[in-house]
Design a protein around this ligand. Sequence first.
Ligand SMILES: Cc1ncc(COP(=O)(O)O)c(C=O)c1O
Length: 415
Amino acid sequence: MDYEQVRAVDPAVADALEGEDTRQEETLAMIASENHVSKAVLEAQGSALTNKYAEGYPGKRYYAGCEYADEVEELAIERATELWGAEHVNVQPHSGTQANQAVYFATLDPGDKILSLDLTHGGHLSHGHPANFVGQFYEVEQYEVNPETGYLDYEGLAEMADTFEPDMIVSGYSAYPREVEWQRIQDVADDVGAYHLADIAHITGLVAAGVHQSPVGVTDFVTGSTHKTIRAGRGGIVMTSEEHADDIDNAVFPGGQGGPLMHNIAGKAVGFKEALQPEFDEYAQQVVDNADVLAETFADHGFELVSGGTDTHLVLIDLRESHPDLPGSPAEDALAEAGIVLNANTVPGETRSPFNPSGIRAGTPSLTTRGFDEETIAEVGDLIYRVVDNHDDQRVIDEVSERIDELCAAYPLYE
Ligand SMILES: Cc1ncc(COP(=O)(O)O)c(C=O)c1O
């Protein structure tokens, strides 16, 4: 992009922005929660709507001059409703975490009980970690995946729910590679009289395209991020039934936020429109097909995969079997040096720490956006193995880096 105006005012920021564009163009983004939005979404997000205060909702604002803000928000809501089929959608949360906050605020009192997946087993901070407000305002117990299979332990969850009697069960995860059976968890929630929040932050796009089953209409609340597998720019979304619509709207504003980020909501509207096109369904299917090939390639090299593979957009490698002396962080560093950007991640049964965990997580949404197919993803899988297996061999890292340069040039991001 051209940062002429920024450069005239602030060359330091212009340099950093150009540096980031080049970094994204010349490296492979494999952080499972990242993606690349279109130029249309970038343009909408960079629009003059950033100047506009529009506290309230379309037709009921606390400020004048909201006619275009109303139009944009109504379009975002209309398209989200078509994409996910919820009775009620709120597109104002600034992020996935704030979407979750709105659901808790709408349904729980301080001290109420939440049952959610442990962070090291794939859960998210906003589901009840002690460092997050959720872990401090509510009483939290956490379920786990089955240590043998890496799949969710649905029976264990049901037993915990029976004894803990939660007010809210949270499903939907950050590092769980398998399809989630929403109805099974909903049945548990029904049995114990708890609400059920399905946080589909990672898989919003897969659900919209029908390549992962949908919790909409099954669970009481569904939240998501709009910048991961759906390419609608940074932000959050809450979906629910008519019954909870007012409670959710009030919990988002004025409950937890002030003015909506109208420029981001414009980005959401444009990104949702793109996701309604038939090519998006093909994209989402390719994301999953690519992850499947990546998992197979890793397994062929002898990497141990949590759950043995994937049904989604991400693969989680537990390095302890194949590389017992190599934690995830130095593996992440060596890969970054070669031009493959992913993250070290905790694994179920973690024996190290969140700052120096035993796994690495790799996702395919960004590379699929660039046009990578099964063949190129398999090659990337080979390159990742080569780097991890030779993480202290500079010659290997340099060789892989040269090949990454070629791949990036062959699959340009923003031509
Ligand atoms: C399951 C889950 N929920 C919520 C979030 C938070 O999203 P955000 O970064 O938009 O707050 C994430 C982020 O990765 C996530 O994985």
